[in-house]
Design a protein around this ligand. Sequence first.
Ligand code: SF4
Ligand code: SF4
Length: 419
Amino acid sequence: MDPELIKDCVHCGFCLPSCPTYVLWGEEMDSPRGRIHLMSQHVEGTPITPEMAGHFDACLGCMACVTACPSGVQYDRLIEQTRAEVEREHVREPRERAVRGLVFGLFPYPRRLRALRPTLGLARRLQPLLERAHPSLGAMIALAPVPGRRQRLPGRVRAVGERRAVVGMLTGCVQNEFFPQVNAATARVLAMEGCEVVIPPHQGCCGALSVHSGRDDQARRFAKRTIRTFERAGVDTVVVNAAGCGSSMKEYAELLADSPEWAGRARALRTVDLAEWLAELGPVAERHPLPVTVAYHDACHLAHAQGIRAQPRELLRGVPGLSLRDIPESDLCCGSAGTYNIFEPSAARDLGDRKAERVRSTGAQLLVSANPGCTMQIAAAMRRAGGEIRVAHTAEILDASLRGVSPSFLDAAGGKPRS
Ligand code: SF4
Ligand code: SF4
């Protein structure tokens, strides 16, 4: 951990009300200020105790404290360094190690995720049993949506009309396996807005889950492979439609700082979020009316980590007939946070229930978010409360409007799992 970064904190406490775990429990050590205090104790020689590790594990990495801090404390860098330290120094219980091994041996590997698709129905029936074996296993099954029908994307999608740009597109792991329709919509929207879209086949994980969990070596391996993949594809801009992936890719140069060569290659590849890119490009394709009431959810890794709040709203407001509603307390994390809702299911559940209530209060027909984890988390919380809401990605809304079609997500069962 970098002591200089720790020193930036002046202990003012302005960040406390923005921190989801502090809001839930009111405990100083579960606030950003408290965690920074623990980090400084460790830097001064205190070993990482199980209790300390628990406070770090309970942090969602949502970065709301970064947005709130008037002193510019780089808590994002601090918690990433801390998690790596926890992984190196703290010995977890065997059951916890086994579950973590399962998650990190599965989620960053699209082929393994794909192999599991046919077993989801059975896993849902066994959910109470798995829940008893380990709460994380139960949470994993409860969150899984009905996977969308697989759609094979071509390696290259030509621009419609005059070509305005050539971009690469990240397909992602969870996005590609559980929400393939979002990737298909993203490619169509980019093409209709004049982009030639290069979609390299066999893309691997970008490393987001690993870097957010302190597994730096794995993250660096994935980052290098992703950079190499897009270099070979001949693009210098990569459009990403999953907030967590985009925020990690934007930090590749820091992740690879130990190697000047790789850091340089990382800097040469520009990562842009889909909404950020479309807003920058400006609309050319005709929008058709889509009469639907939408609650837009700010994914933390889009709003806090990338500062992207206005662009998705601007894009949604550009759709004729669409009515956009604000979600109260929109800055507070929904509890998804990468693998947080698997490893910390109780806190995640409380935050999910809180978010679901706020979403319901908008009276919207449709929840739109730009992160697959948030979509699964909020949809699961809505189901728990006995309600349902249709869910969609910003790309799907734009795709339906640009093509002038009635969107299928308004007919589908709102992400409700079928057994
Ligand atoms: S990242 Fe989120 S959960 Fe962690 S300390 Fe900051 S505000 Fe709290
Ligand atoms: S992280 Fe920032 S807002 Fe929070 S206590 Fe430290 S200086 Fe204050």
